[in-house]
Design a protein around this ligand. Structure first.
Ligand SMILES: C[S@@+](CC[C@H](N)C(=O)[O-])C[C@H]1O[C@@H](n2cnc3c(N)ncnc32)[C@H](O)[C@@H]1O
Length: 528
């Protein structure tokens, strides 16, 4: 398989593994509505934010939609990742400029995108789908790195949508009037839901007791030489003299026996004007699947301005090119079933959150969103502001309900000496330990339940954490040391156990008898 090379590639292909885990802290003042709605907006660089979110959401997200900088040369984005490579350290903090003055512009974009895409894939469910908006500037590069990260056979397709109805000739006589949304599955064989059938297309002009129907052609695709039995009869409308001979180049879709069966079941629709129309087959709504294969070509959005939509909500034109709500709502409808989690790590004005809430309102779904936006001004001032307005209702638009938590990135979980940061609470370390031990998110405790040293069970092995005096501080080390008494007090598990704690006073034989692997905090916790 062909692969792409660029300056800095070697330094970034595994960079997502080295990114330190940070704490996430909720800002109550910027959070809105029901805090238990499961929706989240994180302000921070998405490389750090995604790593911080991973212990909670790995393998849980059905649909990722991102709209990263297109690298057009006009966006003023900055390459800022803390990658330890002399070759690319000199890029840090510099605004990525236009084609002529910045020869490494595409290398920087690829270095920025690669670790983020690698991290994003880890969030997807086995049947999850990732969609990336882009124009032609980096399209070819994106496809090659997605082939590398997701596997070439995970490519589902590319939606092309018509972005404008005015002339967009800038430097040449070609007016680029479309953008792409590239879709990859988590792995090979993942498909998307497709588009919904339009129920209003189904009618019942002859009051058929089977209900509304549409009609499909009865004309076939084979010549008389190829399929003589599909040309061997004419269709005759009962009670009339109307007769239709088979088209010599196409024949019918069924042989005479099949035609007679359709006739007996009153499944043939006869055209009101026999000279212009042809008989067709009834397909009833009750027999039709809810979804059809999605078309890759979207023409209906050409006259919609995302900037105007956002301006109408937040009161001014605050953002250059937000996506039209209906484009992202179509993505959600095609790729995120009603109970799923949707992630957007380049959130901008929060169109994805708006689309999730609007689609839930439309079909009664309970989708949740996770958004990440880096810009300190945009995240609270535009993204959170817009989502608040749509949750609470604005102008004549009714409230879409729900709520979200606004979070900031806080300290790293481990300091530079590998010690646990003083800010870290039991729940923070629990999520980290369970995830790095099992690769899965820590199971949620029912709300109102006290935290437990038994974090959860994965593949038959129970994972325990003794930290921050979880069992009360009358015991040695505040209950952080595994002693005989503490072992007796731990919630039981009939099977192997991994216990993380500050120390262990039990001998090797006792640990073996009890099926315990002991791991010392912090030294045996994986830090990245
Ligand atoms: C093209 S805009 C997204 C617009 C969005 N789809 C909408 O409809 O409003 C890209 C956004 O990603 C943000 N961004 C760029 N780099 C980022 C990063 N490393 N982490 C998080 N956000 C980032 C930018 O601040 C910008 O708001």
């Amino acid at each position: 398989m062909p692969t792409l090379n660029w300056i800095g590639k070697e330094a970034v292909v595994n960079h997502h593994r080295e990114v330190p885990y940070h704490l996430l802290r909720c800002d109550e003042k910027l959070s809105v509505g029901d805090p238990g709605s499961g929706n989240l907006l994180v302000q921070g660089d998405n490389l750090l934010a995604l790593k911080a979110l991973l212990p909670y959401y790995a393998g849980q997200v059905k649909c990722i939609y991102i709209d990263p900088p297109y690298n057009t040369g006009n966006e003023n984005w900055v390459y800022n990742d803390n990658v330890n490579s002399p070759e690319i350290r000199k890029w840090l903090g510099q605004v990525v400029g236009g084609e002529a003055e910045d020869l490494s512009r595409h290398d920087k974009w690829l270095c920025m995108m690669y670790p983020r895409l690698a991290l994003l894939r880890e969030f997807l469910t086995q049947d999850g789908v990732m969609l990336v908006s882009l124009d032609e500037t980096e399209l070819a590069n994106l496809r090659l790195i997605l082939d590398e990260i997701f596997g070439k056979s995970s490519f589902i397709g590319s939606f092309v949508w018509n972005t404008r109805n005015t002339d967009n000739r800038v430097k040449t006589y070609l007016s680029p009037d479309h953008e792409h949304i590239v879709a990859y599955g988590r792995s090979k064989g993942v498909s998307i839901l497709g588009r919904r059938i339009d129920r209003s297309d189904f009618k019942n002009p002859d009051n058929d007791p089977r209900g509304p129907y549409v009609t499909d052609p009865l004309t076939g695709k084979a010549t008389a030489a190829e399929r003589p039995n599909l040309h061997a009869y004419s269709m005759e409308q009962p009670g009339t003299s109307n007769v239709w001979k088979p088209d010599p180049a196409k024949g019918w879709i069924t042989d005479e026996a099949g035609y007679k069966a359709l006739l007996a079941e009153n499944r043939i629709w006869w055209p009101p004007n026999p000279t212009t129309g042809k008989p067709r087959k009834k397909r009833f709504l009750t027999e039709t699947q809810e979804r059809m294969p999605a078309s890759s070509f979207w023409t209906e959005f050409r006259a919609i301005s995302g900037a105007k939509e956002v301006g109408d909500i937040v009161g001014e034109r605050v953002f250059a090119f937000p996506k039209p709500l209906s484009v992202i709502q179509k993505v959600i409808d095609h790729c995120a079933p009603p109970g799923s989690i949707v992630l957007d790590s380049f959130a901008g004005t929060g169109t994805t959150a708006h689309a999730v809430l609007a689609q839930n309102k439309l079909d009664g779904g309970k989708r949740r969103f996770i958004l990440v936006e880096m810009d300190e001004g945009i995240a609270p001032g535009v993204t959170a502001h817009r989502i608040r307005k749509i949750i609470e209702g604005y102008n004549d638009a009714p409230s879409l309900g729900g709520g979200f938590r606004f979070c900031n990135l806080s300290h790293p979980i481990f300091d530079e000496n590998g010690q646990i940061n003083a800010e870290v609470r039991f729940a923070d370390l629990a999520a980290h330990v369970f995830f790095t031990e099992t690769g899965e998110p820590v199971p949620k405790r029912p709300s109102g339940k006290q935290p437990s040293p038994l974090l959860g069970v994965c593949n038959g092995t129970a994972v325990y954490l003794l930290f921050n005096g979880i069992l009360g501080d009358k015991r040695p080390g505040g209950g952080n040391v595994l002693t005989s008494r503490i072992l007796d007090d731990l919630p039981a598990h009939d099977g192997p156990k991994v216990i993380y704690g500050e120390g262990c006073r039990l001998g090797a034989a006792r640990l073996k008898r009890a099926g315990i692997t002991f791991k010392q905090v912090p030294y045996e916790i994986k830090v990245s």
